[in-house]
Design a protein around this ligand. Structure first.
Ligand SMILES: CC(C)(COP(=O)(O)OP(=O)(O)OC[C@H]1O[C@@H](n2cnc3c(N)ncnc32)[C@H](O)[C@@H]1OP(=O)(O)O)[C@@H](O)C(=O)NCCC(=O)NCCS
Length: 167
C-alpha cells in the first residue's frame, strides 16, 4: 500500500532524513555524506517534506522550503525544491499523486511557490498549473536559473517584478 505523508522538518526522525538523502543521492550523486550535510545546513524546522511511502520504503519526495522574496504582494515564498520518484517506480503516473499533495500543501500554507527547472520540465509543471515567468519579470538575487515558474499567484499585470532569494 502507498501512503502520502507530509511532515515539517522538526517532525522527521533521523532514519527518515537518511532515507530522503539516500533517495536524493540516486539522482543527484553528490554522496550520502554531502547530502546529509546539505540537509543539516539548509533545511529549516518549518520546511515541508512531502513523501510517498510504500511498505516502509520512501519512493517519492518533494521539499518545500521557506525562503525570502520581495514582490508587491508577498515577502516570503515556498521554494519547490526537489521532485523525485525512485527509479523503479517511474512512468507509473506516481508523480501526479505527489504533485497534488505538493499543491495542496502550498495552498494550505497560503504561500506563493517558485521553482527553477530546465526546458524539458516546463511542460511537466505546466500540467499542474505552474506558470512560467518571463525573464524580465523576475530575478534570483543570489543565483540564476534557466526557467522560473510560479504557483498560487494570480499575475495581475506584466509589470510585476519578483525578487527571489535562495539559501
Ligand atoms: C520527474 C519525475 C518525478 C517524473 O515522475 P515519473 O514517475 O517518471 O512520471 P509519471 O509516470 O508520473 O508521468 C507524469 C507525466 O509527466 C511526464 N514526464 C515524466 N518525466 C518527465 C520529464 N523528465 N520531463 C517532462 N515530462 C515528464 C510523463 O510523460 C507523464 O505525462 P503524461 O501523463 O502526459 O503521459 C521522475 O522522472 C524523476 O524522479 N526524475 C528524476 C529527478 C528529476 O528530474 N526531478 C525533476 C527536477 S527537480
Amino acid at each position: 500500500m502507498k501512503n502520502l505523508i507530509s511532515k515539517r522538518s522538526k517532525e522527521l526522525s533521523k532514519k527518515m532524513i537518511k532515507s530522503i538523502c539516500i533517495l536524493k543521492n540516486t539522482f543527484w550523486k553528490y554522496g550520502l555524506e554531502s547530502q546529509l550535510k546539505w540537509f543539516k545546513k539548509y533545511i529549516k524546522p518549518e520546511d515541508i517534506h512531502n513523501m510517498i511511502i510504500q511498505n516502509d520504503r520512501l519512493i517519492g519526495y518533494t521539499c518545500l522550503r521557506y525562503q525570502k522574496a520581495k514582490a508587491t504582494s508577498f515577502r516570503n515564498y515556498l521554494l519547490f525544491d526537489t521532485l523525485i520518484i525512485e527509479k523503479s517506480f517511474r512512468n507509473k503516473k506516481l508523480s501526479y499523486a505527489l504533485m497534488n499533495l505538493n499543491l495542496k500543501k502550498i495552498k494550505k500554507e497560503k504561500k506563493v511557490s517558485f521553482l527553477k527547472c530546465n526546458d524539458k520540465l516546463v511542460e511537466f509543471y505546466s500540467k499542474f498549473k505552474w506558470i512560467k515567468l518571463k525573464k524580465k519579470n523576475f530575478k534570483i538575487v543570489n543565483g540564476h536559473c534557466k526557467n522560473g515558474m510560479i504557483y498560487n499567484l494570480k499575475i495581475k499585470n506584466n509589470l510585476e517584478f519578483f525578487n527571489f532569494w535562495i539559501y
